[in-house]
Ligand binder design. Structure first.
Ligand code: B12
Ligand code: SF4
Length: 559
């Protein structure tokens, strides 16, 4: 072990503290690991997902002395407006556990971290953080530490000095994750069954999905969405051979169901089509592992055309999760988004066209809708439910309410309107003990203070901020309470959607309803299904949930 460390530039240990089930492959660690290896570092991955109750950190750190520990924080919380679960304390427990056993500096990254990096560094008290794609900065940081250069020289690195967070080299606060450049050529190594590496096959066996990135970032700015900020506001496209080689390697490992991890697969349709053509071309060979591929993608209703739908079907795409968000978008929350960018605009006709094209090709669809955006009232709600239930879609996921993030357009808008003193009707948190006021960045003393108010109250208790339209049918007392719950609207939705449709919809629920909703985090039904060996995107078995649950209970499947 020591000999191995001496031969390399040093050991970097990458930790995954995500305990959510079904587990999703910590793809970020494969990407970071691939880059660190190419840069000449030794890397160990400590994946705690399947060791939720037995981290065995002592065992590892007794025998390994990394020069740097990287922790990936994929989810800051479940982002589910009724549950409002926050994962920060669970992650802190792991980070504290590492700190107690190792002197190595800790660097944080991941989409959850990047949605609130300043407040997160204060909360976790680690010296370093990276907002957005971490592969370049992590290698530069490791290099700096290995050669005795100050981390202050690593461009884009966030540093916590015990009191405040600043950007290295006098840089400016990153408003969005950095771009990796227009063309990504690195091949990400996806492995299975190797010690101290991500075990891709184990995730497939126990979670039913693998994952694949074809491009990073999103240039749009939809009201609620953190991705342009947390992942990057400009696109970096991977080269087609590097993506398809990786796909082949995963399918050859027996991972047949693969979910894209792009913000939206169809944002750059020409790139998507080129990728699908290459998959189709390679599938022509009888020996190609890609013949077994089943692809699952996230997409927006636009841009989408028949050629893309044809190519998807031919390349083995089995399912599309369509972020339609709202069927009456033209009536809701339309305003100028920051930085001169705009939300991706579409009409009901677009949703119809895309859904029809996909269903005609036998592709499973879940249409994901966000209810309760600013401006939502009973009329827009009814119209959305009526329209969406007519769509030729396999499943419809309805979410009521949304989490308000510091750097999403809605976060900026509410902070400006509240201005630290005005009550915004509809802002809510299940754990709020007093009214929620938000200050805009320019009225905060620091970026930490700005981000912190979206997650913590004045006493530093966890209080994530959510929003539910106050024009929905709730009592005035509920709307006036900072912790009011939009229960009447949920019951109204549950009753309005005909019972005959319940088998194919995921409705918002409240505690005690049995969790039959589209919250994937620790969802009992999904855990039972994957334990029984079901594979593919979770919505593909949603219609059969009663039968699958009965089967699992009959077999005594434990979760
Ligand atoms: C695909 C996807 C899913 C799929 C996953 C399928 C699969 N098998 O992978 C499904 C539908 C199952 C899913 C479920 C959930 N998801 Co999801 N998901 C995504 C999505 C689109 C891609 C995730 C991904 O793998 N990206 C690719 C990897 C490579 O990117 P990355 O992890 O961000 O890593 C890069 C950087 O962040 C950074 N980095 C990461 N770690 C580290 C560590 C260090 C040390 C450094 C320096 C850098 C660094 O470098 C990496 C390489 O560039 C993201 C949004 C997005 N565009 O990323 C949401 C996202 C991560 N999901 C989110 C959430 C909330 C969930 C759920 C909790 C939702 C729920 N309640 O059901 C569950 C949790 C599931 C679980 N077990 O963890 C949120 C997290 C938000 C937050 N602030 O916490 C996101 C950001 C979506 C959003 N817009 O809100 N998800
Ligand atoms: S919802 Fe909008 S901003 Fe978010 S990833 Fe999709 S297109 Fe981009």
């Amino acid at each position: 072990m020591l000999a191995r460390q001496l031969a390399s530039k040093g050991l970097v240990t990458l930790v995954n503290p995500n305990f959510v089930r079904p587990g999703v492959t910590p793809y970020a660690l494969d990407i970071l690991c691939s880059h660190l290896e190419v840069a000449g570092f030794d890397v160990d991955v400590l994946d705690l997902t399947f060791r939720r109750d037995d981290w065995r950190l002592e065992e590892y750190f007794a025998n390994h002395r990394p020069m740097l520990v990287g922790v990936t924080l994929r989810n800051a919380g479940s982002v589910q407006p009724q549950e409002q679960r926050v994962f920060l304390p669970d992650h802190l427990a792991v980070i504290d556990g590492i700190r107690a056993l190792s002197d190595a500096p800790i660097v944080l990254g991941g989409a959850g971290f990047s949605s609130m990096p300043y407040a997160a560094l204060e909360y976790f008290r680690t010296p370093f953080g990276v907002k957005g794609p971490g592969e370049m900065i992590l290698c530069q940081l490791a290099e700096a530490l290995a050669t005795g250069v100050s981390p202050e020289n690593v461009p884009g690195l966030l540093l916590w000095d015990g009191t405040t967070v600043h950007v290295s080299a006098g840089g400016e606060h990153p408003i969005a994750g950095r771009s990796l450049g227009p063309q990504l050529t690195t091949v990400y190594r996806r492995r299975s069954g190797e010690r101290y590496r991500v075990d891709n096959r184990e995730y497939y066996d126990r979670g039913g999905l693998g994952n694949l990135l074809t491009k990073n970032g999103c240039p749009f700015a939809c009201n609620h969405c953190i991705e342009p900020d947390a992942k990057g506001g400009s696109m970096s496209l991977r080269t087609i051979p590097s993506i398809v080689d990786e796909l082949e390697s995963m399918v050859a490992q027996g991972i047949y169901d693969i979910h894209t991890t792009d913000s939206e697969f169809n944002i750059k349709p020409a790139h998507g089509k080129a990728l699908l053509r290459e998959i189709i071309a390679r599938r022509e060979s009888a020996a190609s592992p890609l013949r077994n591929l089943r692809l699952w993608i996230y997409a927006h209703p636009v841009p989408f055309d028949a050629e893309l739908a044809d190519l998807l079907a031919e390349a083995g795409c089995k399912g599309v999760s369509l972020s339609a968000e709202h069927m009456c978008r033209e009536n809701l929350a339309v305003w100028e988004a920051p930085y001169g960018r705009v939300g991706l605009a579409y009409t009901i006709d677009d949703v119809w066209k895309t859904t029809t094209m996909l269903s005609e090709r036998g592709i499973i669809i879940t249409t994901e809708l966000l209810l309760g955006l600013p401006g939502e009232n009973l009329t827009t709600l009814k119209r959305t439910l009526d329209e969406s239930l007519q769509l030729p879609t396999t499943v419809i996921g309805y979410t009521l309410g949304l989490q308000v993030f510091p750097h999403a357009p809605l976060g900026y808008r509410f902070a400006a309107e509240s201005n630290g003193a005005n009550i915004i009707r509809g802002l809510q948190s299940n754990t709020a003990r007093s009214n929620i006021f938000l200050k805009p960045i320019d009225r905060c003393e620091s970026m930490i203070e700005y981000e912190r108010q979206f997650w913590f109250d004045e006493d530093y208790r966890l209080r994530p901020v959510f929003y539910f339209s106050p024009d929905l049918p709730e009592d005035p007392e509920t709307i006036a309470r900072p912790d009011g719950k939009w229960v009447k609207t949920i019951r109204w939705i549950q009753n309005y959607v005909p019972k005959s449709e319940h088998y194919r919809v995921a409705l918002p629920t409240i505690a005690g309803d049995g969790g039959d909703d589209n919250n994937y985090a620790d969802n009992p039904f999904l855990q039972r299904a994957v334990a029984l060996g079901y594979k593919g995107a979770y919505y593909s078995w949603w219609r059969d949930r009663d039968r699958i649950t009965a089967e699992a209970l009959a077999q005594g499947v434990a979760i």
